[in-house]
Design a protein. Structure first.
Length: 658
């Protein structure tokens, strides 16, 4: 039974931002202004006041920012976390006795009532707050108390006073009101408990361009690449404007059931195997494939990447080849069939005979979890702060919550990307459990309606509090039919959409060359996939998209509005193959994007702008500068004619010149 001795009258409800009633943390980036809102009310007509209380990692004292009433008992405020880590925040609400008294005094004076008693009560309220007032300001309050206690000018006659009465003037002095508001006695206040938490990351957690590269394919034709030959690709990747170079597993690859070219079960002696079949007698997840080099070579690659403004992301795949040392050292970590053999990985009808999955129901859970975290610790020690996690939805969800929190407690700048193409609630659940970024269904959203619906879900609802999308336009596993059939225009279209709809996006090497041949009709697998063989590429081949990719990435860096997701707004175009969207922020140049989604033919139509979203007045004349073609147009009002030929340029990316 709840205690009847609870003091205070203020109730606080529906505090935002929070995820699942505070079970999980919302996400932000250092320097973001975090809007906090809540329903705050009490019995009776007394005036309320409220504040957001917050503190960062390591802070012992709370800071606060005052909240303001919005409407219908909804209050809003904000705070700005200035560093990464876990922040706490709460909402405090209290009855402002002085503001209540002052409001009522004004009404009584306006009504011509006698306020002698009320003035004495005001003096008592001020007196009761003296200890809360900073010492240098107390004399001013004491003077007001003396003034309020002066006798009326005509004590022999009970009569109403007006606003010219010195006592009333003193009572309504704005400086006194400000002092009392800032330093009000909060006895009987309500503070929300437990506190809510916020994961604050660095900018790269939300905004960044990723480039996936197989180091083993960077050697001369027919030769296995090394970290040194991979380092020769870094200037090219950096010059195109990428922020992250992502490497598939770099560990020794097993030979048992090794897959050959195009996933054949009959490999030739020269076949290099699948990097995700991790482990051989040379080592497991903390070892390096001997043909790539040594640990020192890898450390040098990381340093060279940093010199080119790139961070290295490593693949963290919790699975083993039959030759992994764990198979003999820790057989209890695997699922055994009735005949005693270890079960290989399957995703029916696909079979992965060269891979053993891990049994997270093992009796040695502590040993397994500790070992897996140790792998992350090992690579963090080499300078890696980003991990792309392979198929996390097929591993124990409690493990991820524990592992990610444990790592980020020690290294709050580490970023985890979830590669989970599965049911929506599972993908969102992984983000709630701590994953910094997530792969998405972007690849399979190709029409205007599909893209609009999906982006609205990601950018405008509760999902945006914790789910950060990373739009990969292609991967070694995914070559969508749109790219297979749409040719060079399709690659441009999908690049514009991935890079400008989402703050984080990526491409897999070969995208800039328009590689689009499937292994078979109806398949999303590449013919001669790099997963199974070395692939030598001439990145300067005729028709490459290097300059186009560079231009798009430079736009992303140059315009801060493109660094965010929740500022996305769609605009109406009267043709189904023309899509328009914009991003705006106060004080920043808005960017408007119009895309022809038809890679086969030109499209024309009328664009109707949401002028409010762009900060433009109705019927205003303004200029738009196309950052792709470098052409400038003068528009007036909300409508404009659009014609886009995908064989010229399939998109406009306008900066709005107000």
């Amino acid at each position: 039974m709840k205690s009847f001795l609870r003091r205070g009258h203020v109730l606080i409800e529906s505090v935002e931002p929070q995820v699942d009633c505070g079970r999980y943390r919302a996400k932000a980036v250092a320097g973001d202004e975090i809007g906090v809102s809540a329903d705050i009310y009490r019995d009776g007509p007394s005036v309320l006041a409220a504040a957001v209380r917050f503190r960062g990692p390591g802070d012992k004292k709370w800071s606060e920012e005052r909240m303001t009433h919005v409407d219908n008992d909804r209050w809003a405020g904000s705070f700005t976390p200035d560093r990464i880590g876990v922040w706490e925040f709460a909402v405090e609400g209290w009855t402002d006795r002085f503001a209540t008294w002052r409001r009522d005094l004004i009404k009584r004076v306006e009504a011509g009532q006698d306020v002698d008693v009320e003035l004495q009560e005001g003096a008592q309220i001020l007196e009761g707050h003296l200890k809360a007032i900073p010492a240098p300001e107390r004399n001013r309050v004491k003077e007001a108390i003396v003034s309020l206690r002066l006798p009326a000018s005509d004590a022999s006659q009970k009569r109403a006073v007006g606003f010219e009465d010195p006592r009333v003037k003193s009572a309504l002095d704005e400086n006194i009101a400000e002092l009392m508001s800032a330093h009000h006695n909060r006895s009987g206040s309500t503070i929300t408990k437990p506190t809510l938490q916020l994961t604050v990351d660095r900018e790269l957690a939300r905004f960044g361009a990723w480039y996936e590269l197989f180091p083993r394919s960077t050697g001369r034709p027919g030769e296995h690449g090394t970290f040194d030959t991979a380092a020769e690709e870094l200037p090219r990747v950096s010059e195109m404007g990428f922020d992250v170079v992502y490497l598939p597993p770099i560990h020794p690859i097993g030979t048992t059931y090794r897959k050959g070219r195009n996933n054949t079960l009959e490999p030739e002696e020269s076949d290099v195997g699948v990097p995700w079949a991790i482990g051989s007698p040379r080592g497991g997840h903390t070892a390096i494939h001997p043909d790539l080099g040594t640990l020192d070579d890898f450390r040098r690659f990381v340093k060279e990447s940093e010199r080119h403004g790139l961070e290295v992301a490593l693949d963290f795949a919790i699975q083993c080849s039959p030759d992994h040392p764990w198979v003999t050292e820790h057989p209890e970590w695997f699922v055994h069939r009735s005949d005693g053999s270890i079960r290989h990985a399957e995703n029916p009808p696909k079979k992965y005979q060269d891979i053993y999955p891990i049994d997270f129901d093992t009796g040695d859970r502590e040993g397994l979890w500790t070992e897996l975290k140790g792998i992350l610790d090992f690579w963090i020690d080499t300078g890696v702060k980003i991990f792309r996690v392979d198929n996390p939805h097929t591993k124990a969800l409690p493990f991820w919550e524990w592992a990610i929190e444990s790592i980020k407690d020690e290294h709050p700048d580490v970023i985890f990307l979830s590669e989970a193409f599965t049911r929506p609630k599972v993908m969102k659940g992984l983000a709630k459990l701590g994953f910094t970024q997530s792969y998405t269904y972007f690849t399979w959203r190709n029409t205007k309606d599909e893209l609009t619906e999906y982006m609205t879900e990601l950018s405008a609802g509760d999902t945006a509090k914790y789910f950060r999308p990373n739009f990969f336009a292609n991967t070694p596993d995914i070559l969508h039919e749109y790219l297979q059939t749409g040719g060079r225009p399709a690659f441009k279209i999908r690049l514009v959409l991935a890079a400008l709809l989402s703050p984080a996006y990526g491409i897999y090497s070969g995208y800039e060359l328009g590689e689009n041949t499937p292994v078979a009709p109806g398949s999303e697998e590449y013919l001669d996939s790099e997963k199974y063989q070395l692939v030598h590429r001439d990145y300067e081949a005729e028709g490459n998209l290097n300059r186009f990719i560079t231009r798009i990435n430079r736009m992303r860096r140059a315009y801060p509005v493109l660094h965010h997701l929740t500022n996305l707004r769609f605009h109406e175009v009267d043709k189904p193959n023309l899509m328009a969207f914009s991003k705006s922020l106060p004080g920043e140049t808005p960017v408007l994007v119009v895309v022809n989604l038809n890679p086969y033919h030109w499209e024309e139509g009328m664009l109707t702008l949401d002028l409010d979203a762009l900060g433009l007045d109705p019927w205003a004349t303004f200029k738009v500068h196309d950052l792709i073609s470098d052409e400038t147009y003068e528009w007036q009002g909300s409508q404009a004619y659009i014609r886009l030929d995908p064989f010229n340029e399939p998109a406009h990316v306008f900066r709005i010149l107000r």
